[in-house]
Design a protein around this ligand. Structure first.
Ligand SMILES: Cc1cc2nc3c(=O)[nH]c(=O)nc-3n(C[C@H](O)[C@H](O)[C@H](O)COP(=O)(O)OP(=O)(O)OC[C@H]3O[C@@H](n4cnc5c(N)ncnc54)[C@H](O)[C@@H]3O)c2cc1C
Length: 411
């Protein structure tokens, strides 16, 4: 008699849950995926709007430290499902990838929909069942998974092992709302506070600046904070500033605001020029040009950058070429609050790693595994987020099947 197939439930149909489902199904399990939304992978599709930065091409020795304090736990998991393995997997779905100039890896299609479509077809071919519009609400008294089904009906399911992949709490309208944190805490599991990561910040712009420039990109700038400078782009918002360069420094900026109520950063509006070169250009005769026009012509500064130079308390340009050059290289930017979690790219905090064994199984809930953004790790943008979600999903999927098989063999 062949052994019966292990039964696995995956709760959450994002990249982590779908990868867990694929891995478990390939290992021979009967897999059922639940999600509260009407369709799978909504945040993955949203990530696709920015080109779908799947992973990064840098060597693992540089890649893994991006996970900061969680690198020790995520290291073996990413080593088991590397950026190259992720690229090969994408290729297997007929979505070949390329390495962009920054080393980031994208599918050639620069969107998520063809990849997700092919992936869901593959999962269907592997026999994975979907129960959409099913919101997980916790466990019954006898430890079955409980879902609220369409129409409000309560549905229970008792698989041999379950994988929770419910995501973080940013962009809740895409499905992940962090509601699982209260459910797990009720079971005595430590969930570190969910907060924004890769987020924007509030800045006290003048009414003029906000009204004129909200939504305007700041291209080819550098943002500096406490000795670290990041080149990239940012966007002025009505309440402050967001964008790649800001996200890259968002963890230390957020921590400084939490500790001191504000973070004093600096914007370099011409990172490719030294201050001396800027001062030399500014010392040239201005002829009949106004100073803003002169700045536009000699330094190619856009109106938003020129207005930023006057955002100081006196609303005036510094008087000398040297002082103006120094301001262009370091516009003071006081960040007074972290942007809302709802608009953050990702979530800091989550299930404490101490609660998870090496298989990503919850020590207090044998047979229940967790993967993806609901674990307590954070990383900058650059493909590190999806890489960790895919890798932890694959890890938990394989481990859950092995656990279910062992449990079935033991009396
Ligand atoms: C605008 C934007 C752009 C991004 N771009 C990138 C990028 O280019 N590269 C990158 O690496 N990362 C990017 N990210 C981050 C990346 O999308 C996430 O880290 C990733 O989707 C998290 O995967 P996950 O599977 O852990 O969770 P999710 O993708 O959030 O999936 C969790 C699933 O669980 C479901 N769920 C939640 N609660 C319940 C419940 N109670 N019952 C049933 N189902 C539930 C949700 O509906 C959801 O489908 C981006 C994020 C955003 C918001």
């Amino acid at each position: 008699m062949p052994a019966p197939r292990p039964t696995i439930a995956v709760v959450g149909a994002g990249p982590a849950g779908l990868m867990a489902a694929e891995t478990a199904a390939r290992a021979g399990a009967a897999v059922r995926v639940y999600d509260r939304m009407p369709t799978a992978g909504r945040k993955l599709l949203m990530a696709g709007r920015g080109g779908l930065n799947l992973t990064h091409s840098e060597p693992l020795a540089r890649f893994l430290p991006r996970y900061g304090a969680a690198a020790a736990r995520l290291g073996p998991i990413v080593e088991a499902f590397t950026p190259d393995a992720l690229r090969a997997w994408s290729e297997g779905l007929e979505q070949p990838t390329f390495i962009g100039s920054s080393g980031r890896v994208f599918p050639k299609a620069l969107k998520a929909s063809p990849l997700l479509r092919a992936w869901l077809a593959r999962l269907a071919g592997l026999g994975v069942e979907f129960r959409l519009r099913h919101r997980w609400t916790g466990w019954s008294a006898d430890d079955a998974l409980v879902f609220e089904a369409p129409g409000g009906a309560s549905v229970t399911h008792r698989p041999q092992a379950a994988i929770l992949a419910l995501g973080g709490a940013s962009w809740p309208r895409l499905g992940a709302d962090g509601g699982w944190a209260a459910i797990l805490r009720r079971r005595g599991i430590a969930v570190n506070a969910l907060g924004p990561a890769n987020c924007g910040f509030a800045v006290g712009w003048s009414a003029y600046f906000r009204g004129r420039f909200a939504g305007t990109p700041l291209k080819r700038i550098a943002l500096a904070f406490r000795g670290r400078a990041v080149r990239g782009e940012a966007v002025v918002t009505a309440s402050g500033i967001e964008g790649g360069a800001v996200y890259a420094l968002s963890a230390p900026l957020r921590d400084a605001i939490a500790a001191e109520g504000r973070a004093e950063a600096e914007l370099d509006l011409r990172p490719d020029f030294a201050a001396e070169e800027i001062a030399r250009r500014l010392a040239a005769p201005r002829r009949k040009l106004s100073l803003p026009n002169f700045l536009r012509k000699t330094l190619k500064l856009p109106p938003v950058a020129i207005a930023l130079l006057r955002e100081g308390p006196d609303g005036a340009f510094p008087a000398t070429p040297e002082a103006l050059a120094a301001r262009i290289k370091a516009v003071p930017l006081t960040l007074v609050a972290t942007g809302p979690l709802e608009r953050a790219i990702s979530t800091a905090g989550g299930i404490a790693f101490d609660e998870l064994d090496a298989d990503l199984m919850l020590r207090k809930l044998p047979g229940v595994f967790a993967a993806g953004e609901m674990l307590d790790w954070e990383a900058p943008t650059g493909g590190y987020l999806l890489q960790a979600c895919f890798a932890t999903g694959a890890w938990a999927g394989g481990a859950a099947v092995a656990w279910a098989r062992r449990a079935a063999r033991s009396p």
